[in-house]
Design a protein around this ligand. Sequence first.
Ligand SMILES: Nc1ncnc2c1ncn2[C@@H]1O[C@H](COP(=O)(O)OP(=O)(O)OP(=O)(O)O)[C@@H](O)[C@H]1O
Length: 284
Amino acid sequence: MVQTSPADVRADAPTPENNPPEAAPATFSIKSVSKVFATKTQRTEALQDINLDISEGETVSLIGRSGCGKSTLLRIMAGLLPPTEGNVYVSGKPLWKGHAVESGVLEQLGVVFQEPHLFPWFDITDNIALPLKLRGVGKTERRRRATELADLVGLGDFLKSYPRELSGGMRQRVAIARALSRDPELLLMDEPFGALDALTREKMNLELQRITQATEATVVFVTHDIAEAVFIGDRVVQLTPRPGRIQSIVEVRLDRPRPLDVQATEAFGSTVRDLRHALESEES
Ligand SMILES: Nc1ncnc2c1ncn2[C@@H]1O[C@H](COP(=O)(O)OP(=O)(O)OP(=O)(O)O)[C@@H](O)[C@H]1O
């Protein structure tokens, strides 16, 4: 496990001025991103000078206290919310042009939220294939791809079912399959398993690991749960309380695929302990 102090992280951090991103320095590159929410009566500095490079195929977990800006950062990365300063680069290409997003770059992203947001009147095939339909992909190809993805997330027998006929974990797997339908290079997940019970959540953690290994997707995964962050992540990035800045980056040196039993190992336990102490030390 390698722990980087905030000073180390920030001293090395490139800025757009001193180190413009090369053609494809990383699948995802966050450069000097800050976010201020301002109304007539209130100004909230949510994020301050975030710099982070995420490599191809890497899974990064994002943790921090409630309100520290995790979702804000994810929404900026997903093209849903413009940064106040800085930019996000997908394989070297800027995502934001002022307040507008570069739609070509957006094509490479898939997003999964805490709620699956499925269409109740569509069956599972049509829910999974919706992004392809919006893109003008023909029916035969849509069905082929939806079947393949349903198999990947373990729902091959439920293609004709409707969301109301599935459990919470199954619905969330449909949302993951839908996000994967366009072959995104990058998967952004905001507490995707937060609403699930502990056992289903563990199963979903295993599923996600299997899926990301099969697809080689690069993943950013927001969670409140330190153990989940360690289990899922190749690195765990911890944000400070508002304004969110990078407090530490912890590398998780555990082989993959990781079985659930890895959580009983000393290596896993000590990584979780270090992160917990770092979170607690913010309070003192
Ligand atoms: N649209 C908005 N307008 C004004 N303030 C906002 C908006 N969205 C978020 N904020 C503020 O930005 C800060 C960060 O919020 P954000 O939702 O990113 O935190 P979070 O770390 O994801 O929290 P949680 O873990 O509770 O989901 C909070 O203080 C929040 O009140």
